[in-house]
Design a protein around this ligand. Structure first.
Ligand code: ZN
Length: 209
């Protein structure tokens, strides 16, 4: 399998409206967690973030929000940002733009039911997007991709390799993707505390998007 640790499947120059990284004047990193909330995994992430005074952005799946609203409220209560990752983790390339927007809107309604307000950020599952999907989404949402992919969800990748790659590609302003999912749990439990420790020691702050 080809692994693009820096570049998502759609390319920045094709989609300039999308956030790939954020301009920052200082040592700031934007940690993001996709696919939750999930019992056992999301609470672990919250504990780790709290230990370092770190804030992060959680791109939630609507169905998981409906199953685990208490965890979603805990994310908000701890000062993190909740964001949209479609209602059922659907792939853009398999769905008409209007249907895809309906998936995003359904997730947004679930986010608002647990108390999310303010910025409407959206990340497409699997990084899949087309120009027509982007056009229809951009009227309502800010689409967010990433600059650093840890590949924590890839169970064939050893946790040490996962961490090494995450440390190498993460720079000021980076948007880092991890997953609060069962599939990623083993790598996440290894990578997240070490990544927080490494960049905290270098004077970095972790903020919401
Ligand atoms: Zn996802």
């Amino acid at each position: 399998m080809l692994r693009f640790h820096k570049t998502p499947p759609v390319l920045p120059w094709l989609f300039p409206k999308v956030w790939w990284r954020r301009p920052v004047p200082d040592k700031t990193i934007f940690l993001t967690f996709d696919d939750g909330p999930i019992p056992g995994v999301t609470p672990f992430v919250l504990e780790q973030l709290a230990a370092y005074g770190a804030k992060a952005t959680f791109f939630c799946v609507g169905e998981n929000l409906e199953r685990h609203p208490a965890i979603a409220r805990q994310i908000l209560a701890q000062g993190h940002l909740l964001a949209n990752h479609t209602h059922q983790h659907v792939k853009a390339w398999k769905m008409a733009p209007e249907q895809y927007l309906a998936q995003a809107d359904r997730c947004q309604a679930a986010l608002e039911r647990v108390g999310a307000t303010g910025k409407k950020l959206f990340r497409p599952p699997h990084g899949q997007l087309t120009r027509s999907h982007l056009r229809i989404l951009s009227a309502k949402y800010q689409v967010v991709m990433w600059s650093s992919l840890t590949y924590d969800f890839d169970a064939t990748l050893r946790p040490e390799a996962c961490l090494r790659k995450a440390l190498t590609v993460t720079k000021p302003g980076a948007i880092v993707v991890m997953h609060d999912s069962l599939k990623a749990e083993r790598n996440l439990r290894y990578v997240l505390p070490r990544l927080l420790r490494h960049f905290s020691a270098l004077g970095y702050a972790f903020k919401t998007l």
